[in-house]
Design a protein around this ligand. Structure first.
Ligand code: ADP
Ligand code: MG
Length: 249
């Protein structure tokens, strides 16, 4: 049956996650519209990775509920769900014995695309992340810089044109110059693709550069959410103020 139109790609209502007796997320609510980029900022241990894992169906909820693409999570198969979601991690974890092209084609092969279609898509994606297909198709991960590996990680996550992209601190392991370059590229990718995105970072400048909206987490709770301008002009508390002070002009 055709789904009715839904505006929110992701909608989380009062979710909590516990590891043993400890809460990693507590009473967290937010939603992400189609085409929106939501940036989640929080210091280490604030629950950012746990939150992304809940969206991917990898993390059971202790309370609350999440809808993704209009379906309640855990009522749909995890495999089906994850095929519609691209996940980019801090360490791209490319398969070392596979060429760049083979790494990028991972999900299309699982989806049984035709070889010609995979080849064309791989070239298109390499172009999109600014890696010349002529040079990079046949390279192996060990022959790439950290920044190039992360571009391949992004291309791989985009390969089957997922409806939602999740990024978990993708640029934190890179040197500042490479990081700045990739942030600019992600910004231009955002303009081109308008893909619904949840982007996790502890870098406030990155969040304010890329986010249409921002959610600030502290110790598993939402301390503020809003547009970058709203947060800048009206920080909710001292914790948020400390983040804002890190913003370059
Ligand atoms: P962040 O990504 O913001 O650094 P995490 O979501 O990784 O935060 O972790 C949030 C809290 O949950 C931390 O206190 C962390 O130690 C704890 N935690 C994360 N994963 C596990 C796990 N598998 N088992 C137990 N505790 C965990
Ligand atoms: Mg994390």
């Amino acid at each position: 049956m055709q789904k009715p139109y839904f505006r929110d790609i992701v909608s989380a209502e009062n979710i909590s996650v516990k590891y043993g007796d400890e809460y990693a997320l507590r009473d967290v609510s937010f939603s992400v519209d189609a085409g929106e980029t939501l940036c989640i900022i929080g210091s280490s241990g604030s629950g950012k990775t746990t939150l992304l894992r809940t969206l991917n169906g990898l993390q059971p909820l202790s309370a609350g509920q999440i809808e993704v693409f209009g379906d309640r999570i855990h009522t749909i198969s995890g495999v089906q769900l994850r095929r519609k979601i691209g996940y980019v991690l801090q360490q791209p974890a490319l398969f070392p014995h596979w060429s760049v092209a083979k790494n990028i084609g991972l999900v299309p092969r699982l989806l049984k695309w035709k070889p010609e279609q995979i080849k064309n898509r791989t070239r298109e994606l390499l172009d999109l992340v600014n890696l010349s297909p002529e040079i990079y198709t046949k390279r192996y991960p060990s022959e790439l810089s950290g920044g190039e590996q992360q571009r391949v990680g992004i291309a791989r996550a985009l390969a089957a044109n997922p409806d939602l992209m999740l990024y978990d601190e993708p640029f934190s392991a890179l040197d500042p110059i490479t990081r700045t370059g990739l942030q600019q590229e992600l910004l231009s990718l955002k303009e081109k693709l308008r893909k619904t995105t949840v982007f996790v970072t502890h870098d406030v400048n990155e969040a304010f550069l890329l986010g249409d909206s921002i959610l600030i987490l502290s110790e598993g709770r939402v301390v503020q959410k809003g547009s970058p301008d709203e947060i800048k002009s009206n920080p909710a508390n001292d914790y948020v103020k400390t983040f804002i002070e890190g913003l370059h002009a």
